[in-house]
Design a protein around this ligand. Structure first.
Ligand SMILES: Cc1cc2nc3c(=O)[nH]c(=O)nc-3n(C[C@H](O)[C@H](O)[C@H](O)COP(=O)(O)OP(=O)(O)OC[C@H]3O[C@@H](n4cnc5c(N)ncnc54)[C@H](O)[C@@H]3O)c2cc1C
Ligand code: SF4
Length: 505
């Protein structure tokens, strides 16, 4: 008899660990364990989502005839780790083999590779087939390339999947319509209504458990309206496609006070946990375009995020190896400012981005990249500490997707493997894409005064501090020429204001 271990982000009936096996020849183990729930101070909503969705999936498997051992989190004596849960299951000697779909991070994968010796039993670690590009596909694409740019990977994925293709040409003649997707939004626009789900009995029990057992977790637990079943996640999907997809492109980069979601899909948590299927989502989005219900810039932009960015960052994560999360090409060492955990800061943009993160366990891409990410980059925050923050605070955070976005895209800590230049920007970017600056205690137009926007002086100070590593970057040539043209007095004013800002952190 085989034992199949299913992890908390492997909640799909088509998991490779289940495929080709039957309830006659295998049984299933699922476990809510201390080590996974505590290795970073996860957001309360993330813990609740994971446990509730696991319990629902366990029921789905039981209904399909599987015999299942489910170790629920026991607040008094929690099962310490996945290895311990497996050891307890193997005690009576009924199982001949352990089967697991590979986990989504090096930490667990490396541990599991030692389980065969530890348990003196064959352990089959099978590839996760929920992704469109296998490890071999990505390696094949990456082999021999000097630069691994997402855009070229994405084009291959378009050809391979046939999504938005017109024969062998991209639909509409262009691969990428991003230039049309940078409109700021007006507060007067009618926002799409979001689908929310009342907690059922199982979820209500989990919410009580999180209250009792995780007093030190991050963020707000209630109201809890996330989908935790496949059916509800599909309702959320249909809702996004009908209500928000048509304007997803136009306002993809926009930020507005009090509006956390705008036209974003809010589906990453469900996709990453296995409640939704990426290819199915993309086909549905394409069908909206073909039916004339959503424009090409929106649908192409959306599909690119999923078959492009999502698959590409995963490829990078596994290709680069376990030390990727420790890279620090710019040698940044500052401790993460405390306000990342509280949202208590006078910087309006940071307060909005962190506040909604703590409330919802969610922030859209531009908040993550150009607000909290850019600030940490400019301030020289230690990328590993920042990585642990991102891993903790978002309900969609798993290392395979979070780490390349933080270490690579946002912090340039991999030295430019993932992005051709750092996402450094002054306050002008936030001012253009949001309505935050008008109400901020700082003045975005001021460069070096005591009231000047901190992003402004930190931007130049960052470029100045990192000259030895960044001056040679061709994409930063014009920026450094601007710096060189400034008088020494002006340069010193930037340095001095940046030093004051950094001292305040
Ligand atoms: C610093 C930083 C950290 C991030 N951490 C995570 C994370 O832990 N987990 C996570 O899933 N995404 C992460 N992202 C990517 C992206 O911000 C989120 O996927 C997105 O905000 C999720 O919200 P949504 O479902 O409304 O996305 P939408 O804006 O609706 O985008 C559609 C889908 O595309 C995918 N996607 C979009 N951008 C990316 C990307 N850069 N990498 C991978 N997939 C992408 C997601 O599955 C998303 O659901 C991070 C980005 C940055 C800059
Ligand atoms: S002025 Fe600066 S700190 Fe304030 S909201 Fe604008 S960008 Fe953020």
């Amino acid at each position: 008899m085989d034992l199949i271990l299913i992890l908390g982000d492997q909640l799909s009936p088509g998991m490779s660990s289940l495929a080709g096996r039957s309830p006659q020849s295998a049984e299933v183990l699922m476990a809510e364990v201390q080590a996974e729930a505590h290795y970073v101070p996860h957001h309360r909503k993330k813990i609740a989502f994971t446990f509730a969705a696991m319990r629902q999936f366990a029921q789905e498997l039981r209904d399909a005839g599987w015999t299942l051992t489910y170790k629920a989190y026991d607040a008094a004596t929690p099962c310490p780790s996945l290895a311990e849960a497996v050891a307890q299951c193997l005690e009576d000697g009924r199982y001949d083999r352990l089967i697991v779909t590979e986990p989504g991070e090096w930490r667990l994968r490396t541990e599991m590779e030692s389980w065969s010796d530890r348990f003196d039993l064959p352990v089959m670690l099978v590839e996760d087939t929920r992704f469109l590009a296998s490890h071999a596909d990505f390696e094949h694409w990456a082999e021999g390339r000097k630069q691994l740019r997402m855009e070229y990977f994405y084009r291959e994925m378009r050809k391979r999947t046939g999504l938005l293709m017109d024969g062998d040409k991209p639909e509409g003649g262009k691969w990428n319509y991003d230039a049309e997707n940078r409109k700021p939004a007006e507060a007067s626009l009618l926002m799409p209504k979001r689908a929310g789900f009342e907690p059922d009995r199982i979820t209500a029990e989990v919410l009580d458990l999180v209250d009792r057992a995780f007093p030190d977790a991050t963020g707000t637990l209630r109201p809890f309206t996330l989908a935790v079943t496949r059916e509800d996640a599909e309702t959320a999907r249909d809702h996004f496609i009908a209500q928000a997809l048509p304007l997803f492109g136009d306002y993809q980069d926009a930020m507005l006070t009090g509006e956390a979601f705008l036209w974003h899909s809010l589906l990453s948590t469900y996709l990453n946990a296995g409640l939704l299927d990426p290819m199915d989502l993309c086909r549905r989005a394409e069908a909206e375009y073909r039916a004339g219900r959503a424009p090409l810039n929106a649908v192409e932009g959306y599909i690119r995020q999923i078959i492009g960015w999502r698959e590409y960052v995963r490829g990078i994560y596994w290709r680069e190896g376990p030390d990727y999360v420790r890279r620090n090409a710019l040698g940044a060492t500052r401790a993460l400012p405390e306000f990342y955990w509280t949202g208590l800061t006078d910087m309006r943009c940071m307060r909005e981005a962190i506040g909604q993160t703590l409330e919802h366990g969610y922030a859209h891409h531009i908040h993550r990249l150009m607000v909290t990410g850019t600030f940490a980059l400019l301030a020289g925050v230690d990328p590993f500490e920042l990585h642990e923050w991102y891993l903790a605070v978002y309900t969609d955070a798993y290392e395979w997707v979070e780490a390349p976005n933080v270490i690579g895209m946002s912090q340039f800590a991999d030295g430019g493997l993932l992005g051709s230049k750092p996402y450094a920007a002054s306050g002008a970017y936030i001012d253009r894409m949001s309505d935050y600056c008008g109400e901020c205690r700082y003045n975005v137009k001021d460069k070096t005064d005591a009231n000047s926007c901190p992003f402004n002086s930190l931007y130049w100070d960052f470029l100045d501090r990192n000259q030895d590593k960044l001056r040679g970057n061709p994409r930063l040539g014009p920026v450094y020429r601007n710096w060189d043209r400034m008088s020494e007095e002006k340069q010193n004013a930037y340095r001095s204001r940046a030093a004051d800002v950094l001292a305040m952190l």
